[in-house]
Structure formats: structure tokens, C-alpha cells
Design a binder for this molecule. Structure first.
Ligand SMILES: [Zn+2]
Length: 359
């Protein structure tokens, strides 16, 4: 199962009910973060207390995080990383942490040639590029001047990636791919998390009924298709980051997507603003969901001008029926059987908002 805990649904500025970007994903190969805005570590801890209080078998804990995937360098998406590293250090973390993100060849050359210097405006490099930030963060280590655990910064120059994207990690059970998106002049990524296609379920009782014993079952289980059900398809979730809708990689996307989490900063009335600020409307997100044949769309990254986002959901629904405006704390799970479930925090348990089974 893939389970995404959405812990921030506001755009650049937090509101009373919404924090800036960040989600905690539990999957077959462990836990990762996608974006890590201000205050993320407290949100993770608070969400974990809630999970514990309802007796959930899931956890969101700092110590479980194996990797952080940053969509881009704007601070509402990454300003929570450095304090989180310090807390991990104080907690005595020893295991390696990977931090992945987009950059440019020019920025990578800059930190090699002029380490510690901030690029000026005619360098063509965004002064807050992740390469520049990482260079700086490295100098702000843990309590003894260095983190007690290894932090592996892994940056990918977007100018060297074509529309088919890149595979960042392909461990047994989960593949992570990055696609270049379009957010102002900033290197930016969308991330696709997908499980591998699995062989059909083995029908043990049918094999026993045919006279097989433990030993022969072990042998036939490996290669017999006789007792296996249909293949179980890959399950996937695509997380957009900040972007306009005109992303060549999305137009060409060849894989089928179960869940699309897409930014919807603006509504229909602010369409022109969306384009000039490098963002999308809810309707744009819905058009993409429809184009790529997603089963479910989660809308997030709402402008702080909206107290109520129900009209954004309505605008999206007019294009793509399975559009849902997300709240902080929501959980979206995708079962290997294709069951997609959106749940919201209630007083003492999850409240089911939507269940959808697509085989
Ligand atoms: Zn943002």
C-alpha cells in the first residue's frame, strides 16, 4: 500500500487551517517526505500523536524518514529541512538521509567554482537554488559542527533531463521518477512514486486440492501460472509541485496514474495570474488529471486568499469528476488491489471522504 499523509495544503503563506507544503509518504520501501516547508517537523510529530491516539498501525516519525524529495527551492517547500536535520541530530540519528532535488548545470558549476558565494542577478542562477542552499546548509551542521549522520545531497540538473524524466531510485517495491515541470525560471520537479507490477495471487488451497504438498507448492509457486490469479498492476501517485499546466512530460506521460496530487493555487477568475506566477488553477489540474487518465485528483497548494476552497473543487469537478480539495492531515491510500481511499481527521478516528475501486 502507498499511503500519503498530506501535511500542508497552503501556497506560499500559511493560513489558520493550512500550513505550507509537505507530505509524508509511507510505502513498501519505507517512509519519505515530499517537500518540507516551515514547521514540518512539528506537523509530522503532531500527526504521529494523532495516529497513535486512534490506534493506527501507521506512524509518521522523523526517525523513519529515509529520503526527502524537494520539488523546488522556494522556501515554502524547503525551509523546514535545516531545523529538521538539527532535530534528527539531537535525536541521535545514525542512519543516512538522502535529500533529492532539482538544480541547473550552471548552479552546480557555481558552487564548484565559487563555493560560499551567492550568485548575483546577472549570473542567470536563482540565488536560492537548491545547490546554493545545500552548499550553505552543509556549513551549518549538528551540535558538534557536523551532523552525526550522513546527509547525502543529490541534485539533478534539469537542463540535462528530457521529457521522459529520470529514474531517481528503483528499489524493490517502489520506483521514484522525476519529471521537469514549469515554475517561473526555477528548476522544478514533479515526482512519480510507483510500485512494480506483481504476479497474480497464488491460490494455495486449489494447489492442495490438486494433491500438492508443501514442497511441491514451493516449487510450482515460482513459475506455475495455473494457480495464479491475474497480474496485479503497478500502483502510482504523481505529485506535481508548483507548476503551470503546460508541462511537456505530462503531455507525453505514458504510464497510467492512480492518484494525481496537483497544485491549484488559483481559481478560474485568476487564470491570467496563474500563468504569470508559474502556477495552475484547479481547472488546469483537472484537465491534466483527465488527460493522463488518472483515477483520482487531490487539489492542494491553495492561495491564502481563499478561506473556503469548495468553489475550486467545483471548478475542477466540472472537468474531472474525481477531484477533491485536500485538507491538512488528510490521508490518501492506494491499495495494491486498486482501492483508493481519501480519509480526513475526525475527533477520534478517520472519517472516510471517498472510496474508489479501479482495477
Ligand atoms: Zn509553493
Amino acid at each position: 500500500m502507498i499511503s500519503l499523509h498530506v501535511l500542508g495544503t497552503s501556497s506560499a503563506k500559511p493560513t489558520k487551517d493550512r500550513s505550507v507544503s509537505g507530505s509524508f509518504l509511507n510505502g513498501p520501501t519505507g517512509s519519505v517526505l515530499i517537500d518540507c516547508g516551515e514547521g514540518m517537523q512539528q506537523r509530522i510529530a503532531e500527526h504521529d500523536r494523532w495516529l497513535r491516539s486512534i490506534g493506527s498501525n501507521e506512524r509518521t516519525k522523523l526517525s523513519k524518514i529515509k529520503a526527502i524529495y524537494l520539488t523546488h527551492a522556494h522556501l515554502d517547500h524547503c525551509w523546514g529541512v535545516l531545523p529538521m536535520l538539527h532535530s534528527m541530530d539531537k535525536d541521535g540519528r545514525k542512519s543516512k538521509l538522502e535529500i533529492h532535488g532539482p538544480t541547473s548545470t550552471a548552479a552546480l558549476n557555481w558552487i564548484k567554482d565559487r563555493p560560499g558565494e551567492v550568485p548575483d542577478s546577472d549570473s542567470g542562477i536563482y540565488a536560492g537554488d537548491l545547490a546554493i542552499q545545500f552548499d550553505w546548509w552543509e556549513k551549518h551542521g549538528g551540535k558538534n559542527g557536523a551532523f552525526q549522520f550522513e546527509v547525502e545531497w543529490i541534485l539533478y540538473p534539469v537542463d540535462q533531463i528530457d521529457t521522459s524524466g529520470i529514474i531517481i531510485s528503483n528499489k524493490e517495491g517502489m520506483c521514484v521518477q522525476a519529471y521537469v515541470t514549469n515554475h517561473l525560471d526555477l528548476p522544478s520537479f514533479a515526482y512519480l512514486f510507483s510500485t512494480p507490477e506483481l504476479p497474480g495471487k497464488f491460490d494455495r488451497s486449489a494447489a492442495i486440492a490438486d494433491g500438492h504438498n508443501e514442497e511441491s507448492i514451493r516449487e510450482i509457486a515460482l513459475d506455475s501460472s495455473k494457480y495464479r490469479g491475474p497480474k496485479r498492476p503497478s500502483r502510482s501517485i504523481l505529485i506535481s509541485g508548483d507548476t503551470t499546466p503546460d508541462v511537456p512530460s505530462f503531455v507525453e506521460l505514458k504510464t497510467s496514474i492512480d492518484v494525481l496530487i496537483h497544485e491549484s493555487t488559483f481559481d478560474d477568475s485568476l487564470q491570467s495570474k496563474a500563468a504569470s506566477y508559474g502556477h495552475s488553477t484547479a481547472r488546469d489540474a483537472a484537465s491534466l488529471a483527465s488527460h493522463i487518465g488518472a483515477n483520482f485528483l487531490g487539489l492542494t497548494h491553495f492561495s491564502s486568499r481563499f478561506q473556503d476552497v469548495s468553489h475550486l473543487e467545483d471548478e475542477a469537478k466540472s472537468v474531472f469528476d474525481q477531484s477533491h480539495a485536500l485538507n491538512d492531515g488528510d490521508r490518501i491510500s492506494i491499495g495494491l488491489d486498486g482501492l483508493i481511499h481519501l480519509e480526513r481527521k475526525g475527533d477520534e478516528e478517520w472519517v472516510s471522504i471517498k472510496q474508489l475501486l479501479k482495477s
